[in-house]
Design a protein around this ligand. Structure first.
Ligand code: ADP
Ligand code: MG
Length: 199
C-alpha cells in the first residue's frame, strides 16, 4: 500500500530529478520553445519541496493537492497550471484515504491526465506531456517499472511528431525532429514513482 510518506518521497524524488535534468529540459525547450522548461519546473518543484517540509500533509491526496497548488502558483509557463492540474486532480481523486494501492493510483492519475487534457485541449499525438502521461497511466497496472518504460517510450515517440499545442505548435513543421520537453519531464515524474517505491 502507498501512504502519505510514499507520496512525499515521490515529490522529493521528482524535485531531485528535475534539479538534475533541468539543463536538458531547457535545452529541449530551446529547440522548439523558449528555453525555460527546466527552470520553470525547478522553481515549481523546489516550492513543492519547501511546502511539503513545512506542512507535512498526512494523506496521499493532501500531499498531491498541496504539490499541485504550489506548481500552479509558482510556475509562470504553460507547464505550471498543467502539471498543477495533474497533481491536484489526482490528489482529489484519491480522496482522504490514508493508504491507496497501485490500481487506485492508476485510476486517480487517469482523472488527473483527463484534467490536463480538458485544460490544455491536447489529444494524444499532439506532441505534449500527454504523449508520455497517457501511456504511463495505461501501463501502471503492470507496475511502476512498466509505467516508466511506457512514459520514456512515449516521450521518445514525440520526436517525429509535429506539435499541435503549446508554443512548439507555432513552429509548424519545424517542430518535427525534436523531443518534446514536457513529455520528457513527464517521463521523469513517472520514473521517480519507482524511486519512491524503493524507499
Ligand atoms: P511554456 O511553453 O509556456 O514556455 P514550458 O516551457 O514550461 O511552458 O512547458 C512546455 C511544455 O508544456 C511543452 O513541451 C508541452 O509538453 C507542454 N504543453 C504546452 N501546452 C500544452 C497543452 N495545451 N496541453 C498539454 N501540454 C502542453
Ligand atoms: Mg517554455
Amino acid at each position: 500500500m502507498l501512504d502519505a510518506d510514499f507520496f512525499r518521497r515521490w515529490m522529493a524524488a521528482a524535485t531531485a530529478s528535475v534539479d538534475r535534468e533541468a539543463e536538458r529540459l531547457t535545452d529541449l525547450d530551446s529547440a522548439i520553445g523558449d528555453a525555460d522548461h527546466g527552470s520553470n519546473l525547478q522553481r515549481g518543484f523546489r516550492a513543492v519541496a519547501t511546502a511539503l517540509e513545512k506542512d507535512a500533509p498526512d494523506t496521499p491526496g493532501a500531499v498531491l493537492t498541496l504539490a499541485g497548488r504550489q506548481l500552479i502558483s509558482t510556475v509562470g509557463g504553460a507547464s505550471g497550471p498543467l502539471y498543477g492540474t495533474l497533481l491536484r486532480r489526482t490528489g482529489k481523486a484519491l480522496g482522504d484515504a490514508s493508504e491507496v494501492d497501485t490500481a487506485q493510483l492508476a485510476e486517480a492519475l487517469r482523472a488527473g491526465v483527463d484534467g490536463v487534457m480538458a485544460l490544455g485541449g491536447a489529444a494524444p499525438g499532439d506532441k505534449t506531456m500527454i504523449d508520455a502521461l497517457l501511456p504511463a497511466v495505461d501501463a501502471l497496472g503492470d507496475g511502476f517499472a512498466a509505467a516508466r518504460a511506457a512514459a520514456e517510450q512515449g516521450a521518445e515517440a514525440t520526436i517525429p511528431l509535429q506539435a499541435r499545442k503549446g508554443r512548439a505548435s507555432y513552429l509548424g513543421e519545424r517542430s518535427i525532429g525534436h523531443q518534446d520537453p514536457g513529455a520528457t519531464s513527464s517521463a521523469l515524474l513517472i520514473a521517480t514513482l519507482e524511486e519512491a517505491a524503493e524507499g
